[in-house]
Write a protein that binds this ligand. Structure first.
Ligand code: DGJ
Length: 735
């Protein structure tokens, strides 16, 4: 190659061939490379995506590409193939034929962005295909920017964010599916011929039933700690569609973007349509390696306050449900303070003036405190919290109303509903969704938060809930010819409100809750600190759900609470020790009525909270290594977090099946430094005897080759014996 010009410093190499016509774009992150070919007047193509290339290999790969696949297939000139973009031009023509018009390289905060400008050969229609490669985390985000200068609107019928070809072989897909109270179930399957579609059409919440994130294991059955894996996360909080087409070619073809169903978009002349980013990662260290890449990126760039430790909280919901009152709140604050907690969150039930919020069938939208329940108002609560030296948080569900509410009486036109039809109603038989595409509704929601925060600047935390799907297609605000913009307009409006809130209240902690885990998604999380994993707080089932969520989301974002026994969702009775050991693997909190706990139980929690404070930086900021999957049904599950410098680690082991004399596998550890020596301390110990290895020190090499033997049961007094068993071990380097 002649005239090699290195344009960018360390993360981006743009090679220009002798004739200046063919450009080879090499984007890299610390451990990955993406190579594209972008010849002027030709087609933008993928050449390589995988482990980081040397300069030499990059050059050679360009000369002998590993793949030659169009990077953003469009519809019209290859009709039988799948496409990422399909439009109808103003004159009715349904074809596109895009050629490279130029490339722009931008350096922005820790990343290099390549914008490859494509233009149609005939129509004034353009698409920028963008790739943003981070210099310090192994993520490349890709999205498109679509615009035109045609005389009338161009109808966008399909508008994916990205396309990626994945070389066939024994490729397995890992994805998450589920439902309310059973979110984040992991499913792993080989990719077979045909089309695999993962989609959402809820309109509001998008991660109960399926997730917008996937991993492709390229070397056969997925392995946690070895093998090459591509990870992909669509950063969009609304309806999405992921498609993997396996046709007769050598590649699985992966498309990801906003779900175009019932969402045709009429793009105006000069308007820019920006698709949400698809975050791509690649790891040669298995699924867990991919997760670590996502987690580092999430903490540094995606989550609100991703690198700040989270407070340990008590949430009132499962403790009192709607039965909010001043004394009850005061008692709960006192209890969480006495156990060492740092925050109390008052959940649903505190508001409603004309209509009281005593159940789920009224008052959403009427964000006025119910002075019958709380005569001293929120002022009294924040003052009480201050006295107990805990922070105060509050629940709201701002995107919704009930038909039994003053808001609905005043603004029936603010709800999503088809004209001429009675609305289909949601939770409580009266819930409706507000039209967030309407700027007045956006102002109303912003003002709700702004008023709360202005009146009570002490509010430290908001639990932002959303408990209904868009059931009714119809907006009073959108013009007739833009009714199909409804879903997209909703999420633009939602993000707009979130941006305004974040701009004014950057320090506020906000939880994304949506009937449990309905908003675990990187489109939403930049505005939120964490998400409520599920309304199901059963510790055993949480192991499965949190395991799944950990594929894409770091522990710091996963709200994980100790709740009552029997559990309120599964009615399973699980010993407190096990409930604590599971909750401590995420962002620890409590979701229980402390006044129903015994002194001994409170003491166990107090000790656990103190220990969690010690391990919190490792859990919340460390690297995850999943060791033994509950989905493999081997009778136990195990994972660990390792501090970045590998001087500390926390190991979790939970028995998931309970049979006499069952043989459980010994769990090898991972991620430690082989030469470091680690002292082992058991946390949350309930056994009368310490473990044989308590206080002993082992090399990382030994622990990773052999692991430690986990006793199948706890050695406790007879009346305390139970079928459950779990261990949390703290490993600390001995210097
Ligand atoms: C659904 C949430 O997921 C729960 O945690 C709780 O906040 C209720 N809503 C309150 O109505």
């Amino acid at each position: 190659m002649k005239n090699l010009i290195r344009i960018c410093l360390f993360t981006m190499l743009l090679f220009v061939t002798g004739d200046l016509a063919a450009q080879n774009i090499h984007l890299s992150t610390p451990r990955t490379s993406l190579v594209l070919s972008a010849p002027a007047g030709g087609e933008l193509k993928y050449v390589y995506y995988g482990s980081k290339l040397t300069e030499n290999d990059c050059r050679e790969v360009y000369n002998a590409p590993t793949m030659q696949h169009g990077a953003y297939p469009v519809y019209g000139m290859n009709c039988p193939g799948e496409s990422a973009l399909a439009v109808t031009h103003a004159d009715g023509n349904m074809t596109l034929q895009m050629e490279v018009a130029g490339t722009e390289i931008k350096n922005t905060d820790g990343a290099v962005t390549a914008v490859i400008k494509l233009k149609d050969k005939v129509y004034p229609f353009s698409v920028n295909v963008c790739y943003k490669a981070y210099s310090d985390v192994d993520i490349i985000e890709t999205w498109t920017e679509i615009a035109h200068a045609e005389k009338k609107n161009v109808m966008l019928r399909k508008f994916d964010s990205a396309f990626l070809p994945v070389r066939r072989g024994d490729v397995w897909l890992s994805s998450l599916y589920g439902s309310w109270a059973n979110e984040g179930r992991l499913v792993q399957e080989p990719l077979e011929p045909g089309m695999k579609v993962i989609k959402n059409r809820d309109g509001v919440r998008n991660s109960h039933t399926a997730h917008a994130e996937v991993m492709f294991s390229l070397d056969g059955k997925p392995q946690e700690n070895y093998g090459n894996v591509i990870g992909a996360a669509l950063c969009y909080g609304g309806n999405y569609k992921l498609r993997i087409d396996t046709d007769d070619s050598e590649y699985h073809q992966f498309y990801a973007g906003i779900n175009e169903e019932n969402s045709v978009y009429n793009l105006k002349k000069g308007e820019l349509f920006i698709t949400p980013a698809l975050a791509l990662t690649y790891s040669a260290e298995g699924l867990s390696g991919c997760s670590r890449n996502f987690h580092r990126w999430a903490r540094k760039y995606k989550l609100a306050h991703g690198n700040s430790l989270r407070k340990i909280l008590l949430n009132s919901w499962e403790g009192v449900y709607f039965d909010i009152n001043e004394n009850g709140m005061n008692q709960m604050m006192g209890d969480i303070a006495s156990m060492g907690g740092e925050l109390f969150v008052m959940d649903d039930g505190w508001f409603g003036d004309k209509y009281k919020r005593n159940s789920d069938n009224s008052s959403l939208g009427d964000w006025k405190v119910d002075t019958g329940k709380l005569p001293g108002g929120i002022r009294k609560l924040v003052d009480d919290a201050r006295q107990y030296k805990v922070k105060f948080g509050i629940w709201i569900e701002p995107e919704m109303a009930n038909t039994t509410s003053e808001l609905y009486e005043k603004h029936p036109e603010w709800i999503l509903k088809a004209p001429l039809r009675e609305p289909v109603l949601g939770r409580g038989g009266t819930q409706v969704v507000l039209d967030l595409g309407n700027p007045q509704v956006q102002d109303f929601i912003f003002n709700l938060v702004d008023t709360l925060m202005t009146n009570y600047p002490e509010i430290d935390y908001i639990k932002w809930d959303a408990n209904m799907a868009i059931m009714n297609h119809g907006s009073d605000y959108l013009p007739k010819d833009e009714q199909s913009h409804l879903y997209i307009a909703y999420h633009r409006g939602f993000e707009n409100v979130c941006r305004r809130i974040r701009a004014k209240y950057p320090e506020l902690t906000i939880q994304a809750c949506a009937s449990g885990g309905g908003r675990a998604n990187y489109g939403v999380l930049p505005y939120f600190d964490e998400f409520w994993v599920s309304d199901n707080t059963d510790a055993l089932q949480r192991i499965y759900m949190q395991w799944g969520a950990s594929y894409f989301f770091p522990a710091i974002a996963m709200a994980s609470h100790i709740s009552a026994a029997p559990n309120h969702q599964t009615f399973r009775t699980i010993p407190l020790k096990y409930r604590i050991d599971v909750a401590m693997s995420g962002r620890l909190g409590m979701e229980i009525q402390p006044k129903n706990m015994t002194g001994e139980e409170k003491e166990l929690c107090r000790k656990a909270i103190a220990d969690y404070k010690m391990i919190r930086p490792v859990v919340q900021l460390g690297d995850i290594y999943r060791l033994l999957s509950p989905y493999d049904r081997l009778g136990a599950a195990s994972l660990m977090y390792v501090a970045p410098e590998k001087e500390k680690a926390v190991f979790y082991w939970w028995k998931t099946e309970h049979f006499c004399n069952q043989h459980l596998p010994r769990t090898r550890m991972a991620g430690l430094h082989p030469d470091k020596i680690y002292k082992v301390t058991e946390l949350n110990r309930i056994d009368n005897q310490p473990l044989d290895y308590e206080g002993k020190a082992f090399s990382g090499a030994y622990l990773m080759a052999n692991g430690l033997e986990m006793p199948y049961n706890h050695k406790v007094d007879y009346h305390k014996l139970s079928d459950y068993s779990s261990r949390v071990l703290y490993l600390e380097e001995v210097k």
